[in-house]
Design a protein around this ligand. Structure first.
Ligand SMILES: NC(=O)N[C@H]1NC(=O)NC1=O
Length: 173
């Protein structure tokens, strides 16, 4: 795909293609479409990220809450989005031992109880061993800092998903 093709998309096609750049938040793609034309993929990405940054805290937390747990119930049930399924299995989260799954479930629950949203990490960039380690580390962070970290991870996931759609290697990850 190239940017000319993106700029020629009608609303429905654009939301079909880019609706899950931010997990389960097609509203963001719907809003970004209004800002076309885009000069390149970085410009397109910037519109997604600016939308997130401009939201009030409740909206930003809402975006985080749209993310499925890593190695959680949805992975077991097979109800993840195609993108999330690829990321979680690519990171090795489909082949955890039962005790590792249990440990992650406990940490995920502690995290959600402390911050009010699920733990989000760009799984493809880290791999399975890093997930419990990062979860345990970030559980200790102050909430305002953790909100920023989690949103940065959402953006990394979005950047990788956009790069996949464009068949490109993302810069700066
Ligand atoms: N909880 C969470 O981080 N989920 C996301 N991470 C990722 O790489 N894909 C996801 O769906």
């Amino acid at each position: 795909m190239d940017i000319e093709k993106v700029n020629s998309m009608d609303f429905g096609e654009f939301v079909d293609v880019f609706g899950n750049v931010i997990e389960r938040c097609p509203l963001i793609a719907a809003a970004v479409w209004s800002q076309r034309p885009f000069s390149d993929v970085e410009d397109l990405e910037k519109h997604f990220f600016d939308f997130i940054d401009a939201l009030p805290q409740s909206g930003q937390e809402g975006i985080l809450r749209c993310h499925p747990d890593l190695a959680g119930r949805e992975l077991q049930r097979g109800t993840l989005t195609a993108e999330s399924q690829r990321e979680q299995s690519g990171a090795g989260l489909t082949s955890l031992r039962a005790d590792e799954r249990l440990q992650l479930a406990e940490l995920n629950a502690q995290y959600r109880a402390r911050f009010g949203f699920p733990f989000v990490l760009a799984a493809r960039l880290r791999g399975r061993a890093a997930v419990p380690r990062e979860l345990a580390r970030r559980l200790q962070c102050p909430p305002p800092q953790e909100l920023r970290t989690a949103l940065d991870e959402v953006k990394k996931i979005g950047r990788l998903r956009l790069a996949d759609l464009f068949g490109a290697h993302p810069a700066g990850l």
